[in-house]
Ligand binder design. Structure first.
Ligand code: AMP
Ligand code: MG
Length: 340
């Protein structure tokens, strides 16, 4: 009798488990200075899913406050004002260490201490202007990752240098959101912070996630798509933040640290696919600055990184990508395949 009851109970529990819907939950809101969208699949009910989604956005806001160079209460803002200080939170300290790591790896093409130059162009304040050459040269003198020293928890900024972690922070934040989702038992998710993407598992637990590659000449269009699982995709593009001067020249927000001016090598977007969002974010910025030829050489320094460059112009754009990617064309769209 007891055996019968147990079997019945087990059958009932399995039926209850398997008959639950694996539902998609999603929320998108302005965060980290962009549109942040979190999507996941879960057997949980709406109430619990909404709680998890709210926590993702709370986390994004909380972490952004720590590392934004514009927020007067942030650790980075304070460091920029006093040039020396202890960093007590682990997230910021780890981000600073990673920033220096990627600055070294890319020979300073990714540079977290370019704030003085970026500020001149008004990309942080929104009051855009073309700086005078002498202003740029002076700002370059007080810029550069070599002016950043980390000793334990103490950070020292020399020569008047200031930090801007905008090229890596979004990657780090979406990475923390992914960690949180995993910690609550979710494995099939996509986090998209304005072109910085982390995917976990599969769409609906069934197929790889399909990630669109934006057309840098028309943001409402895509040039193609890549199917991925458990990795990060980050794109740096000249269409994300820019202004157009009176004589029609487009000045965008990714600065070549060698000149102090917006990178100008013909590349309009650089997409990086990598195993971590921090790596993908830092390298997408560096590769955008490096351009195609130097960029394809640069990624050989690190493992598992894939990249797609789009250059040329609206009528005739050009694609270049690393050896570990291939593509087919269907209906005029590119379908990229990642080789492991
Ligand atoms: P992303 O969209 O990730 O390429 O980051 C661009 C942002 O990174 C800019 O808005 C600046 O805040 C900052 N930035 C600009 N140029 C560089 C650079 N060469 N290295 C690191 N960060 C940069
Ligand atoms: Mg970046």
């Amino acid at each position: 009798m007891l055996i019968k009851k147990t079997i019945f109970a087990l059958l009932f529990i399995s039926f209850a488990l398997f008959s639950r819907d694996y539902k998609k939950y999603s929320k998108s809101e302005f965060a980290m200075g962009t549109n942040l969208a979190v999507t996941f699949f879960s057997y949980d009910g709406k109430k619990n899913a909404n709680k998890i989604l709210a926590e993702c956005f709370r986390l994004a806001g909380d972490l952004e406050k720590k590392v934004s160079c514009k927020n007067a209460t942030s650790t980075i803002y304070k460091l920029n004002s006093v040039k020396k200080g202890d960093v007590s939170d682990d997230f910021t300290l780890e981000l600073l260490k990673n920033s220096l790591y990627y600055a070294e790896l890319t020979d300073g093409l990714f540079d977290p201490a370019l704030y003085n130059v970026i500020e001149l162009w008004g990309f942080e304040s929104g009051e855009n202007k073309i700086p005078e050459i002498k202003e740029i040269l002076a700002a370059l003198k007080s810029s550069g990752y070599k002016n950043v020293a980390i000793d334990g928890k103490t950070i020292v900024l020399s020569n008047g240098a200031s930090l801007d972690l905008g090229g890596i922070a979004k990657g780090a934040i979406i990475g923390k959101i992914a960690e949180y989702l995993k910690s609550v038992g979710l494995k099939d998710f996509l986090i998209n912070g304005g072109g910085d993407i982390v995917v976990g598992g599969l769409y609906a637990g069934q197929r790889k996630w399909r990630i669109a590659i934006a057309n840098p000449f028309n943001q409402n269009e895509t040039v193609g798509m890549v199917e991925l699982t458990d990795c990060s995709v980050v794109t740096s593009g000249d269409y994300e933040r820019y202004f157009i001067s009176e004589d029609g020249i487009r000045y965008h927000h990714i600065i070549d640290p060698r000149t102090g001016t917006p990178a100008n090598n013909g590349v309009h977007s650089a997409t990086v696919i990598a195993d971590s969002p921090v790596k993908a974010d830092a390298l997408s910025t560096a590769l955008f600055v490096a351009g195609v030829k130097e960029g394809l050489e640069l990624i050989k320094k690190t493992t598992g990184v894939k990249t797609i460059f789009i250059s040329g112009n609206k009528e005739d754009f050009k694609l270049d990508y690393s050896d570990n990617i291939s593509h087919t064309i269907r209906d005029g769209k590119y379908y990229f395949e990642v080789k492991e």
